[in-house]
Write a protein that binds this ligand. Structure first.
Ligand code: HEM
Length: 506
């Protein structure tokens, strides 16, 4: 009996060895797409490439004839990844109803985002979208954002850079961290008219809130990358490891938000122009009378505005550090706008003046083409379907469009797709927008990003004021920084820079 078991064990081990040896050393390359091992599907390759998930999947998609591939691994993870513009249009617009977020995805983010707009489908989504769309189109909200951005730039952001420029010996700053603090202060003002003062840097209560928020977002996103997709549920049940930390950080975020919502509901939010007050004042009782729902809504908005603009700007300044030609074109444009509007050096730009900056707009879009703040976006498939390129997708599969890969597809952007070329966005001196299905950086169709215009206002204001006043010297600028894949595309280790004042331009 014992002999029999030892022999079975040896046979089993031999089988496992031969199995893996066959697939790992196989010279016969898989046709295209993700290599599918029997039983394990793409799991072995997934584990090997998890740390470089975006580049690995981009490589695979670029080799597929229609830039679309099927992906499956144990744990009922089965779906399609696409970098094909026609397929994106189909899922985000033409057959929108068939591709909601879906319960699987919603449950991953539920603890942190609750029923907020980012994590809702159907009626729950519609009611938030309707209210928010109306508010986002008002001139008063735009003015509110313009005013807050200007104050934050003048009173906090520029002084930090000035101090760094005059420090001896020169201080190294983490520009990514500063931009994230900026965006966090800004979005909290917009969301509930609270200034957490994170950019002030002297450790206020807001800083705890920001850290907890950051932790909750990062830990929630880790749930997507488990080799065994249900493993986070076990950890959550036993309240251990990352799941315990997620619970703690979520409690901190909720307490902070609940306190503000409670006091604002008591004062009926009459006087303020922030989003929370606008939601409290809405006719939609399902929203205005439910503090927990209000909290979820506000948290989704903070998430939307927190890391997106800072991610885009961090990559923008990194690229700029090795492209003096692009920086010069921007400086020329800024001088022209100043001259045209009779604006003195040092005065901040108004909204209409920002709109005249076509080249800057193009350079920011070009940055996001190569480094999209939201690099992947996943939906669920409700009913069997056939995509425009002929790919079959089954009920309950996931459907991901790969924005990061799309910016690197020759089919979409031509042979120079890997080059940074703001000029590709300019026609007769004017910015020319691309189809949102080819460039789905802000999503597309009925769920298109609501904050796109506000995001450009913020990014252009910051970029213009920095470029005119400072030279940003990136440390190790010739090494491409590693990605840190949270819910957004951040730089691993931040962006260390030194700052020089641009005396001749001021
Ligand atoms: C560079 C900056 C930004 C980028 C690249 C960006 C990108 C996106 C993307 C890809 C989505 C779809 C996400 C999903 O599938 O749920 C989205 C949705 C959204 N964004 Fe943005 N966003 C940016 C800035 C902002 C800002 C500053 C705000 C608000 C102040 C905002 C508000 C929203 C909202 C409310 C939604 C949800 C729309 C819906 O589900 O109906 N975004 N954004």
């Amino acid at each position: 009996m014992e002999l029999f078991s030892i022999r079975s064990l040896l046979l089993f081990l031999l089988f496992v060895y031969l199995y893996f040896r066959h697939f790992l050393t196989s010279k016969t390359k898989a046709k295209t797409g993700f290599r599918a091992y029997p039983v394990l599907g793409a799991l072995p390759d997934f584990i090997r490439n998890r740390h470089r998930f975006l580049d690995w999947t981009t490589q695979v998609l670029s080799e597929c004839p229609t830039n679309t591939a099927e992906f499956a691994r144990p744990g009922r993870v089965h779906g399609i990844l696409t970098a094909n513009a026609e397929n994106v249009e189909h899922m985000l617009k033409t057959n929108f109803e068939n591709y909601p977020k879906g319960q699987k995805l919603i449950s991953l983010l539920q603890d942190f985002l609750g029923r907020g707009i980012f994590n809702a489908d159907g009626e729950l989504w519609k009611v938030q979208r309707k209210t928010a769309s109306y508010e986002f189109n008002t001139k008063s909200l735009r003015n509110f954002v313009m005013e807050n951005v200007t104050v934050e730039i003048q009173s906090r952001f520029l002084p930090i850079l000035s101090r760094a420029a005059s420090s001896r010996p020169k201080r190294v700053l983490d520009l990514q961290d500063i931009l994230e603090r900026f965006a966090f202060d800004n979005i909290c003002k917009l969301a509930f008219n609270v200034d957490p003062g994170c950019l002030d840097g002297d450790g206020t209560a807001g800083a705890d809130f920001m850290l907890a928020f950051e932790d909750a977002a990062t830990l929630s996103s880790k749930r997507f990358l488990y080799a065994l997709p249900f493993f986070w549920k076990i950890k959550k049940f036993f309240n251990v490891g990352t799941e315990r930390r997620l619970r703690e950080s979520t409690v901190t975020v909720h307490q902070f938000a609940d306190e503000i919502i409670r006091s604002r509901m008591e004062s009926k939010g009459e006087e303020a122009e922030d989003l929370l007050s606008r939601f409290i004042g809405t006719q939609e009782c399902s929203i205005s009378k439910d503090p927990e729902f209000l909290r979820d809504i506000v948290i989704s908005f903070i998430l939307a505005g927190r890391d997106t603009t800072s991610s885009a700007l961090t990559w923008f300044f990194w690229i700029l550090s090795s492209r003096p030609d692009v920086k010069q074109n921007m400086l020329d444009e800024l001088r022209t706008v100043r001259a045209r509007n009779g604006k003195g050096i040092g005065e901040t730009f108004r909204f209409d003046e920002l709109r005249e900056m076509h080249y800057l707009h193009a350079a920011l879009s070009e940055t996001m083409r190569l480094y999209p703040p939201v690099p992947l976006d996943t939906k669920a498939c409700l009913k069997d379907d056939i995509l425009p390129d002929g790919t079959v997708i089954k009920k309950n599969w996931f459907m991901t469009y790969h924005t990061y890969a799309m910016g690197r597809m020759e089919r979409l952007w031509g042979k120079d797709c890997h080059e940074f070329k703001p000029e590709r966005w300019i026609e007769n001196g004017v910015y020319r927008a691309e189809s949102p299905f080819k460039f789905p950086v802000f999503h597309a169709g009925p769920r298109m990003c609501l904050g796109k215009d506000l995001a450009y206002i913020q990014m252009k204001s910051i970029a213009a004021s920095v470029i005119e006043r400072f030279e940003i010297v990136v440390q190790n600028k010739d090494t491409c920084p590693e990605h840190l894949l949270s819910l957004t595309l951040r730089m691993k280790g931040g962006l260390p820079v030194m700052v020089n004042a641009n005396e001749r331009d001021l």
